[in-house]
Design a protein around this ligand. Structure first.
Ligand code: CP
Ligand code: NVA
Length: 299
């Protein structure tokens, strides 16, 4: 039976903890890894820009001896209305796995329904589950554990926030989100959030006593036309030096990148002693190696 990864909820607590540990082991080994995916090909269908996710998935395949095929959606027949079920069935005849970055979560669900190979959500408007897995690996690396921590989210209740909410539910850590009115997480995601997830108005309250502060851009891909209004609406929700002082002294500050410096986060914080943002970016490679082995080898 193939397994897809469309949302954090597709994995149980034990599977997430195992992937994190496996990612850490891959990182320790560097290039001295068994080439377990020789002869395997991962397709990447991307309908949005990407630096980290694309490069880390492609490099993860190469390190494991496999190959990749990058397909900009616009250059496939999907751009000329070939259906998702037909595309999924055709690509399943060539490839061993498919990573999809697009707008609609429904599209990746439909792709997974029709594909006979594992489908990975490489970001949709609703979720960014791969990001949160590698972020949890970074948390484990820095804090020695992922459970029992106090995590804060400051800013937009967006796709990355949604995946953090699901992770808090599966792993049972405390997550306080400070989001302005009108930018709260989606009610469907909140309905499954569990009691350890709180939404607050005040960023200071959300970060008080926290081990981890997380943020992301105020205008995600596809929301560029709202950027001006969003910058106005998010005033007071910046992760800056004053806000970070209200957390634990050893707090780590996370951002999935790309960042808009001096908007959602100051350069002082992004480049400062609490920031782990470049470790987050690096860890995407190792976590993706662990995820690809799990899904493609169907282990
Ligand atoms: N964090 C992340 O997904 O970055 P990219 O958009 O560059 O892939
Ligand atoms: N929320 C951002 C994340 C980018 C990695 C976006 O969707 O654009």
């Amino acid at each position: 039976m193939k397994k897809d990864f469309l949302t954090v909820l597709d994995l149980c607590r034990e599977e997430i903890l195992e992937l994190i540990d496996k990612g850490i082991r891959f990182k320790e080994k560097g290039r001295r890894v068994k080439r377990t995916l020789v002869g395997y090909t991962l397709g990447l269908i991307f309908d949005k820009a990407s630096t980290r996710t694309r490069v880390s998935f492609e490099t993860a395949m190469f390190r494991l001896g496999g190959q990749t095929l990058f397909l900009s959606k616009a250059e496939t027949q999907m751009a000329r209305d070939e259906t998702v079920p037909d595309t999924a069935r055709v690509l399943s005849r060539y490839l061993d796995g498919l990573a999809v970055r697009t707008f609609s979560q429904k599209l990746v669900e439909e792709m997974a329904e029709w594909a006979t190979i594992p489908v990975i959500n490489a970001l949709t408007d609703r979720y960014h589950p791969c990001q949160v897995l590698s972020d949890l690996m970074t948390v484990k690396e820095k804090k020695g554990r992922v459970e029992g921590l106090k995590v804060a989210w400051v800013g937009d209740g967006n796709n990355v926030a949604h995946s953090w909410i699901e992770a808090a539910h599966v792993l049972g850590f405390e997550l306080s989100l400070a989001c302005p009115a009108g930018y709260h997480p989606h009610p469907e995601v909140m309905a499954r959030a569990g009691g350890r997830v709180r939404i607050l108005d005040d960023p200071k309250e959300a970060v008080r006593g926290s081990d981890v502060i997380n943020t992301d851009v105020w205008a995600s891909m596809g929301q560029e036309s709202q950027r001006k209004k969003r910058i106005a609406d998010f005033q007071g929700y910046q992760v800056n030096e004053v806000l970070v002082k209200g957390a634990k002294p050893d707090v780590i500050v996370m951002h999935c990148l790309p960042a808009h410096r001096e908007e959602e986060i100051t350069s002082g914080v992004l480049d400062g002693p609490h920031s782990v943002v470049f470790d987050q970016a690096e860890n995407k490679l190792y976590l993706h190696m662990a995820l690809l082995e799990k899904l493609l080898l169907r282990a």
